[in-house]
Design a protein around this ligand. Structure first.
Ligand code: HEM
Length: 317
């Protein structure tokens, strides 16, 4: 196993999922909640600044890990140490002569377009809302184009198109759920810093909206995960009989652990919260939802690390 490549892939997937998840959270959850609760003042301002840090930090990590991935991939393809890829002129060969290279160039263009778009997506600017929509589209494309860097790209013909489409949906759903968990936890922490009626209202409405996004993303992840699995491994025997299959089973077990935490939030704590009129009790419930959300995010990071490994393994071994 090429460990540096595995870790660079995992970091790149995590940063891309975090960037797209944060932009989607801002557009689909935070901003509609701030508008719906007529929230002004400190909480929206602090949440927006936290999320801006995550967006820009993730974008920097996407670009740096993307460059490292290209160098390691060129070294792997040229069968040379990574230090030799420049002297051997391997980068242009990989960039212009391979599907991986074409995909890499497309992703660099998307990342570059995100810079002016995120700069335009400032709350004080008239361009805020259209720029946020543009950032969502660019973010979804950035995470979706990772499909061409995984096993789905190896399937040809009509099956190949189906596998790639399923994988794109899988990646966008992973970003919309797992990539939005830390932003949700940050919004809850910021709102609970004040425990007044307007802040509780923001947190309560954000949790309600997030649970709808969660259900749609989880449903998409399961359906596309099964499609990916059937297309790549073909039979349940391979699932139990290969290292790849066993690692995928471990990934699914972690997913079920995340789902259990999400179910506690969705089916038990959120209904309690929606019926709760006492601000202090509501704050206790929101803290519990917040802790479960942080735990889900930690498991999500482990799943993305596993994906970093899965994509470099042969599904038949
Ligand atoms: C939190 C939940 C999940 C996350 C964050 C997640 C994330 C990912 C990511 C980032 C990829 C890489 C795509 C690529 O390399 O092209 C992937 C691939 C895959 N996922 Fe998931 N996934 C999740 C749940 C699931 C579930 C529930 C299943 C099965 C039912 C599943 C099955 C697969 C398969 C088979 C692949 C293809 C792996 C490969 O390219 O070798 N995933 N997933």
């Amino acid at each position: 196993m090429d460990e540096p490549l595995v870790w660079v892939r995992a970091v790149h997937f995590a940063a891309t999922i975090s960037l797209t998840g944060t932009v989607l959270f801002l557009a689909l959850i935070a901003e509609p909640v701030f508008r719906g609760t007529h929230a002004g003042g400190e909480v929206p301002a602090r949440v927006r600044s936290w999320l801006a840090w995550i967006e820009w930090g993730s974008l920097v990590v996407v670009v740096v890990s993307g460059a490292a991935w290209l160098i390691l991939k060129a070294a792997q393809m040229g069968d040379v140490p990574w230090q030799a890829v420049f002297s051997e002129d391997l980068i242009p060969t990989v960039l212009w002569g391979t599907d991986f290279g074409q995909d890499w160039i497309a992703r660099l263009v998307l990342a570059a377009l995100l810079v002016p778009t995120l700069l335009a997506a400032q709350p004080a600017r008239a361009s805020y809302r259209p720029a946020l929509v543009a950032a969502c589209v660019l973010g979804a494309a950035l995470v979706g184009t990772l499909a061409w860097a995984g096993h789905a790209a190896a399937t040809t013909g009509a099956m190949g198109a189906a596998n790639i489409s399923s994988d794109i949906l899988h990646l966008v759903a992973a970003a919309a759920w797992v990539g939005a968990l830390v932003p949700l936890a940050l919004l809850l922490v910021t709102a609970l810093g004040r425990v007044d009626a307007p802040s509780i209202a923001i947190a309560r409405e954000a949790v309600r909206r997030f649970s709808i996004l969660g259900i749609v993303s989880v449903g998409t992840l399961v359906v596309t995960g099964v499609v990916n699995g059937l297309m790549i491994i073909g039979s349940l025997a391979v699932l139990a009989g290969t290292d790849y299959g066993r690692l995928l089973l471990f990934k699914i077990a972690l997913f079920l652990a995340m789902l259990s935490l999400a179910a506690i939030n969705r089916l038990w704590l959120t209904p309690l919260l929606q019926r709760q009129h006492n601000a202090d009790t509501a704050a206790i419930l929101l803290r519990r939802i917040g802790s479960n959300t942080v735990l889900e995010a930690v498991i999500g990071v482990v799943i993305v690390a596993i994906v970093g490994v899965l994509g470099t393994m042969s599904p038949t071994e």
